[in-house]
Design a binder for this molecule. Structure first.
Ligand code: SAH
Ligand code: SF4
Ligand code: F3S
Length: 439
């Protein structure tokens, strides 16, 4: 008798994980599986996990604990992604009802792992770690985002920032060929997507295995694919950020006027201990290039507060850097010690309540900066791409090229579809969003 193979997949973590899940879903469908909306309805329950901070890592164990009773009904569990790679076979000890543990560097072996699972095997692992040079490419990607097509251009990371788990969970840096990236861009444009986001933990260290183009040239080429109206990219590491990226944004109108350039700290001493390979001065030089562009380019960043040994003075330097750069968006995190990382051996000197205080002070300061930045748009007419409805406010939600959320009133009974482009006159501004009227 043919059994109905069903799976449920929940994804945690960054956009790389979100896109990996799109590829995993496609692979599962290809193997005859059907996706369902709840753990209860599924034969195979999968979690694609994140371990960037301890809190993120704990989520999967809570989830497994909440649903382990379903194992008695014969349901199988699989843990994918960064926690899988980090914890490996230890997951079987902690959650013996899990049958499959696979990191992202082993997804190309998923069809084989699924076959072993179906044959009744119980401790299947894909833990390729940093040995593999292969990327995971599939023609079966099941795109879940209705308006943004993700394309991975580089997997893994070789930077080994002292606080970060990613080089251990995603393996070594490996770039896809520019021809395969461009083919995928053309395919998804033909499919109807107009926005593409190029993905990598460090897109700036992209090296075309065919030697045809640099990252900036690849970016420009993707921006010129017929039908593409917006191209985003994330994440840029300041060490490898080159001026030709700014030139490309200036020259190719489809490249969005937004750069996310994580700084982590404003203190040279802390940056050195983080092994970030740049000083605040070096970083600010890149910012100066970006600010000198012909189009106003929006800037965002990531910050870690309370890194081991961060003094009150180090923190003030981070606050000063915020004041100097005037970012439009900041993702700030309390330092979280990660297994195997060099920072784990440094003494975590900052008490938790002080980390909280610094985080709050930073967010408060940044809020004021954004209040001013966002209010500058009042009166402007901005092109907005529709993302969906903001049901709480009865408005349409979208995003500007600069990546700013825009909520606007829509006079007609039928809402515009996700992916539609509209001109919106900005009438009001908050620190994290703009408000307007469709014109
Ligand atoms: N590749 C990107 C970062 C990916 S992780 C880059 O190099 O910029 C996203 C963010 O999580 C990082 O920029 C950092 O701010 C934060 N992060 C990473 N490890 C962390 C840790 N151990 N504790 C707290 N925040 C961390
Ligand atoms: Fe982590 Fe640094 Fe690599 Fe970013 S560049 S993923 S912070 S090791
Ligand atoms: Fe998390 Fe792995 Fe992304 S640790 S942030 S899912 S690379």
């Amino acid at each position: 008798m043919a059994t109905d193979k069903t799976f449920y997949l929940e994804t945690f973590g960054c956009q790389m994980n979100a896109h990996d899940s799109e590829k995993v879903i496609g692979t599962l469908r290809q193997q005859g599986y059907r996706q369902v909306e709840s753990e209860e309805d599924a034969g195979l329950i999968l979690y694609n996990t994140c371990s960037i901070r301890d809190k993120a890592e704990q989520k999967v164990f809570h989830r497994l604990n909440d649903y382990k009773r379903l194992h008695k009904e014969g349901k199988r569990f699989g843990v994918l992604g960064c926690v899988a790679q980090q914890e490996g076979e230890k997951i079987f000890e902690r959650a013996p009802y899990v049958s499959l543990v696979s990191g992202s560097a082993s997804y190309r072996k998923l069809p084989e792992m699924l076959m072993r699972l179906e044959a009744g095997e119980n401790r299947i692992t894909g833990l390729d770690d940093r040995q593999t040079d292969e990327t995971f490419e599939t023609e079966f990607t099941a795109r879940q985002n209705p308006y943004r097509g993700y394309i991975t251009i580089i997997e893994g990371c070789d930077k080994f920032c002292s606080f970060c788990i990613v080089p251990y969970t995603r393996g070594k840096e490996r770039s896809r060929t520019s021809s395969s990236v461009l083919n995928e861009a053309r395919r998804i444009a033909e499919f109807g997507y107009t926005e593409i986001q190029l993905l990598g933990q460090n897109v700036n260290s992209y090296r075309d295995p065919e030697g045809k183009c640099s990252f900036a040239q690849l970016l420009a080429a993707v921006g010129q694919v017929p039908g593409i109206r917006r191209v985003r990219f994330t994440t840029s590491h300041p060490r490898d950020f080159t001026r030709d990226i700014v030139d490309a944004i200036d020259q190719v109108p489809t490249l969005c006027d937004h750069v996310h350039l994580p700084v982590q700290s404003g203190s040279a001493r802390v940056l050195q201990k983080m092994a970030r390979q740049y000083t605040p001065g070096w970083y600010l030089e890149k910012i100066a290039w970006i600010k000198a562009a012909k189009r106003p380019i929006s800037l965002s960043t990531d910050i870690i507060v309370g890194f081991p040994g961060e003094t009150a003075d180090d923190f003030i330097q981070t606050m000063d850097l915020l004041a100097e750069v005037q970012y439009d968006c900041v993702f700030a995190f309390k330092y979280s010690a990660r297994p195997n990382t060099p920072a784990l051996t440094m003494i975590d000197t900052v008490p938790d309540e002080e980390k909280n205080r610094r985080l709050q002070a930073l967010l408060d300061r940044q809020r004021e900066i954004q209040r001013v930045n966002y209010s500058r748009h009042i009166g402007q007419v901005i092109e907005v791409m529709v993302e969906g409805a903001n049901s709480a406010k009865g408005q349409i939600a979208g995003r500007s090229s600069q990546n700013k959320p825009v909520n606007f009133n829509w006079p007609q009974p039928i809402a515009p579809a996700p992916g539609a482009y509209l001109q919106v006159k900005i009438t009001n501004a908050y620190p994290n969003s703009l408000v307007g009227e469709a014109v």
